[in-house]
Design a protein around this ligand. Structure first.
Ligand SMILES: Cc1ncc(C[n+]2csc(CCOP(=O)(O)OP(=O)(O)O)c2C)c(N)n1
Length: 283
């Protein structure tokens, strides 16, 4: 059985492996890891069903791995190898699978998710879009919130507020805050800490049920981007390091065993995918 801790650690080691592959020149293109933000999609996973649509963003590997038990398909996609989820043409940021879509264009997903939510109205399913705090600089976010509030769309917006957009701290770019912006459109907003998965689920279960009935919701999680924006572009000093995170988590029961299992799994996925031929598109 896969536990929440297994899933968190799988995502963590998957992302670390990507940075490692880049550093060794074995990956092309770009990638944005969700190191430090893993808990959000893992907490949400059991609250979202197979009929719900998920819209992810440029930092979406954790969203994908919390939805699909498929690290090999994702790595093959990123490396352009056989078995890639989208034949190797989407890469890190552009994945389409069933009702899951990720795109790298900030603010693009919300109008699309709102349109899907309009289509889903009355069905009991919802559209969920993940965005960062920096994406609140895009006008399309406000057009979508307006329509979501006005039309009672089953839209769940998940904000992973990591306090920085690429290299710009949020306080240099955002006037006011996300909660009052939502209030302006009559859309419900809740801010949640991210240190307790059970508490997140307990709070969100009834709220998400009401999203399904047509009451849109913005959930804002305070998270800590532990890695660079992309690969080697961290301009911050004094931020928490991966080592700190391990220190925090390592007291948890079963941590060492789960960590070893996840590391082994990711190592074997990397070995397997690297040995595959290039996907048809790349050849
Ligand atoms: C329309 C658009 N403008 C600029 C970019 C380049 N870009 C990619 S991610 C990013 C910052 C995003 O910040 P945020 O929404 O806070 O998400 P985070 O990266 O912190 O997870 C920028 C400016 C983009 N992808 N799309």
């Amino acid at each position: 059985m896969t536990t929440d801790l297994d899933r968190l650690l799988l995502i963590r080691h998957f992302e670390r492996a990507l940075l490692d592959l880049f550093a060794r020149g074995e990956l092309n293109g770009t990638t944005h890891t969700c190191l430090g933000q893993e808990i959000v999609p893992v907490a949400l996973a059991p609250l979202l069903g197979p009929d719900d649509h998920i819209f992810s963003n440029h930092r979406g590997h954790g969203h994908y791995l919390a939805r699909f038990d498929d690290p090999a398909g994702l790595l093959a996609e990123i490396m352009g190898r056989e078995g890639a989820v989208c034949g190797g043409v989407g890469g890190s940021q552009h994945i389409l699978r069933d009702k899951y879509l990720s795109t790298g264009i900030q603010g693009e997903s919300l109008p699309v998710a709102s349109g899907v939510a309009l289509h889903l109205r009355g069905s009991g399913a919802l559209a969920c879009a993940y965005i960062g705090d920096g994406t609140w600089g895009e006008g399309s976010v406000y057009e979508s919130l307006n329509l979501a509030g006005l039309w009672g769309l089953p839209l769940l917006v998940v904000v992973e507020h990591n306090g920085i957009a690429q290299t710009t701290p949020t306080e240099l770019a955002m006037s006011g805050n996300i909660g009052t912006r939502c209030a302006a459109f009559g859309v419900r907003h809740i801010a949640l800490p991210t240190d307790d998965i059970s508490e997140i689920r307990a709070v969100l279960t009834p709220l998400i049920s009401s999203v399904r009935l047509g009451a849109p919701l913005v959930v804002e999680f305070a998270v800590n981007r532990l890695g660079p924006h992309s690969k080697g572009d961290d301009t911050r000093s004094g931020v928490s390091s991966l080592r700190d995170w391990y220190r925090d988590m390592s007291g948890d029961p079963g941590f060492a065993e789960a960590d070893g299992r996840a590391l082994e799994l990711v190592d074997s996925v990397v070995r397997d995918v690297k040995a595959r031929p290039l996907s048809g598109w790349d050849r």
